[in-house]
Write a protein that binds this ligand. Sequence first.
Ligand SMILES: C[S@@+](CC[C@H](N)C(=O)[O-])C[C@H]1O[C@@H](n2cnc3c(N)ncnc32)[C@H](O)[C@@H]1O
Length: 302
Amino acid sequence: MDNEFYNEQTDLSKIKIKLVTDYFIAWLNIISHYWNGKIFYIDLFCGPGCYEDGNISTPLTILENTLKNEKLLDKVKNKLVLWFNDKNKDFVEKLYKNIERKFENIQRELKNLNSPFQIYITNYEMPSKEIEDVIKQIDGPMFVFLDPWGYSGISKSLVDMIVDKKMSECIFFFNYNRIQAAIFNNKVVETVSEIFGEENLNNLRKRLQNSNIYSHDKEMIILDEFVKYFSNNYTRYVVPFCFKKENNQTSHYIVFVTKHPLGQKIMKSIMAQESNNNITGGYFTYIPSSPQLSFLTYDGTW
Ligand SMILES: C[S@@+](CC[C@H](N)C(=O)[O-])C[C@H]1O[C@@H](n2cnc3c(N)ncnc32)[C@H](O)[C@@H]1O
């Protein structure tokens, strides 16, 4: 599955890209108004920037959407720093080439903008002390995207390190499917503790053991403990967006964390636009249309 990820863009990826890039542009507009120093977009699991089918993915969509917005570009000129990282050397090289190609075209269009912003591309495997040291040193607002295939590389301490910074926010992939399967697996207890906290993990295990729980209730309990932990006991905002599979089972969540009520409000309105069903425990949800059902749907013609 992971090897096929970049073959073609799925509906789920399209929505993920939209959530990240729409929010980033809204955030950048606000932040650039209040902050005169450097502003950072950081994607620590960036991939090559393009799918094999030619569609562009998050890094290039971020770049493209920023560059086509001339007013915004003017506001962030010499301020914006884009930092992309991936552990896969081939992906990093491909991204470098894809950005170069894109930049070349754009430079031709915007002749008088020599260097609208700085771009860094690195090749570290997360978790990485080197990367954490750089994040700790950054003095300025950052919007960070964490999108691994599994769940290793994401930890509460990393999210805290980001969101504790001024005007900084984080959006990350919560691999519900794999994590729920790992909750009782003692071999991965350290990694799972990063997601729920050691104490909360014990509590979560007890709650899940207590009764005959249906899978929906199980999911809500897991999410409840997860949101409580990542919101620091509800002292900041955690906004999950649920992605279902065609069979209506949850695949994963994209989770946004912010200290600011306005950030929460803007992200919720973006999520509401991308949601086609908001009944998963009150969280915005996207369910791909089932081929069978859409075939059976009466469209008014026989
Ligand atoms: C789901 S893909 C990211 C997709 C990307 N956000 C996009 O929109 O195209 C996951 C990426 O994370 C990278 N990755 C996986 N584990 C990693 C780790 N521990 N450290 C850094 N990169 C990792 C993979 O090489 C892969 O490119």
